[in-house]
Design a protein around this ligand. Structure first.
Ligand code: GDP
Ligand code: MG
Length: 381
């Protein structure tokens, strides 16, 4: 490798000199402003010194080598300290890029950490991750984690943390309200509403059977689901098996007649058509029936297999009528129950029942917050 210095009045001239002698592929190692030697140098204008290297190995097979080759710098560096020209700007650029990359990585990590948990204890983080796995909304999981952290003594081991998590989770499901008939109540009217296929009819059959056989109540059924013949037939079959009366109401007048017919019964369930809640006409019709009947309770049936946002949307569609309670169905079809917490947190309605299978009348239960909380803390492993 040949290294030479060229001094000229300006950068361009020095560069030209270097180029002539070493060829266009020579490499600029350094550029600096210098004063001519000796006393007269103090009074003379500054000159530019360019240090150049010619090295064959750097010229071949390399784009970087090409970029480093001599090209007139449009803006030669000023100042009297040594400033490596091309190499320097390249280095600076590389350094800046490295710094930016590091900064972005750092920001990402920070955001991630902030988003997850602000420096949470390891066992808390562990359960936070499990909650997320179980579909618990991130915001709620963070809230739970923060609340657990706040209740934690200095050294909470995993068992301790789990207990506090369990406790905190239960607070989200405190409002448990199965159907309870005060003694002597007559004609307690319950509308069961919800989207198609969530299990309204099956759930009514389960409730009707249990009320009849376990609580010795006089139960009657009305169905407004006259949209499909099979729907009314499905409930009629259940009614026949249980041995209770059923009335199929096609019009508001029919409904009034049925209510009159069953007013001496202890409890009356009204099954409704589960057409799409987006169907405005259907919702208006349902609202009209609700107004006529003025039920004691309206229970919205939701399937736990539906995602949180859809569940909340469904609730909003049905909220044109006063929804008193919720039933979650199909808990047997998933093991991720975060949606329950998410929905309750959003719409704050009491939970009446969970259903856990297709068997009438067995697969229904009064929600057990401890049970659900434990399920929510169970990881995949
Ligand atoms: N796996 C499971 N299936 C259920 C449950 N409840 C209802 N089903 C089933 O869901 C389907 C629709 O139920 P149905 O009562 O007709 O729903 P509806 O349209 O809301 O009245 C039927 O096949 C039921 O057997 C449940 O808790 N678990
Ligand atoms: Mg039905």
């Amino acid at each position: 490798m040949k290294i030479k210095k060229y001094v000229a009045r300006d950068f361009q001239t020095a560069l030209q000199m270097a180029k002539q002698e070493l060829g266009p592929d020579a490499i600029i190692l350094q550029t600096r402003q210098v004063r001519p030697r000796g006393l007269k140098g103090w009074f003379a204008p500054r000159e530019v010194e360019v240090t150049v290297a010619a090295d064959d190995t750097l010229q071949v097979n390399s784009d970087r080598g090409r970029q480093r080759t001599l090209k007139p710098d449009p803006d030669p560096p000023a100042g009297c300290s040594p400033i490596p020209a091309v190499t320097a700007s390249e280095l600076v650029l590389m350094e800046e890029m490295q710094q930016m990359k590091a900064m972005m990585a750092e920001i990402q990590t920070r955001l991630f950490e902030v988003d997850r948990l602000k420096g949470m204890a390891e066992p808390v983080r562990h359960f936070y991750d499990i909650l997320i796995q179980n579909n618990v909304d991130r915001g709620i999981a963070r809230e739970i984690a923060a609340s657990v952290e706040a209740r934690l003594p200095e050294s909470g081991d995993e068992r301790w943390v789990r207990d506090v998590c369990l406790h905190t989770l239960q607070e989200y499901m405190q409002d448990i309200a199965p159907i309870i008939l005060a003694p002597g109540t007559k004609g307690h009217l319950i509308f069961v509403v919800g989207p198609t296929g969530v299990g309204k009819t099956t759930t009514i059959a389960k409730l009707a059977a249990n009320m009849t056989f376990l609580e010795n109540k006089q139960v009657a059924l009305i169905t407004l689901d006259t949209y499909r013949i099979s729907a009314a037939e499905q409930l009629r079959t259940f009614a026949d098996i249980i041995g209770i009366p059923i009335n199929v109401a096609f019009t508001p007048l029919d409904l009034q007649g049925a209510l009159e017919q069953f007013k001496e019964h202890d409890i009356i369930f009204v099954d409704t058509a589960g057409r799409s809640p987006n169907n405005q006409e259907h919702m208006a019709e349902l609202c009209h029936y609700v107004e006529i009947a003025n039920p004691d309770e309206i229970i919205l049936v939701l399937s736990v297999t539906t995602n949180t946002q859809d569940l909340i949307n469904i609730y909003r569609q049905f909220a044109v009528m006063p929804i008193n309670k919720l039933i979650f169905t199909k808990l047997d079809e998933t093991c991720r129950y975060g949606q329950i917490i998410n929905v309750l947190n959003e719409i704050k309605r009491p939970l009446a029942y969970f259903t856990t299978g297709q068997n009438v009348p067995d697969d229904i239960e009064v929600p057990d917050p401890v049970g659900i909380a434990s399920m929510l803390l169970k990881g995949d492993g």
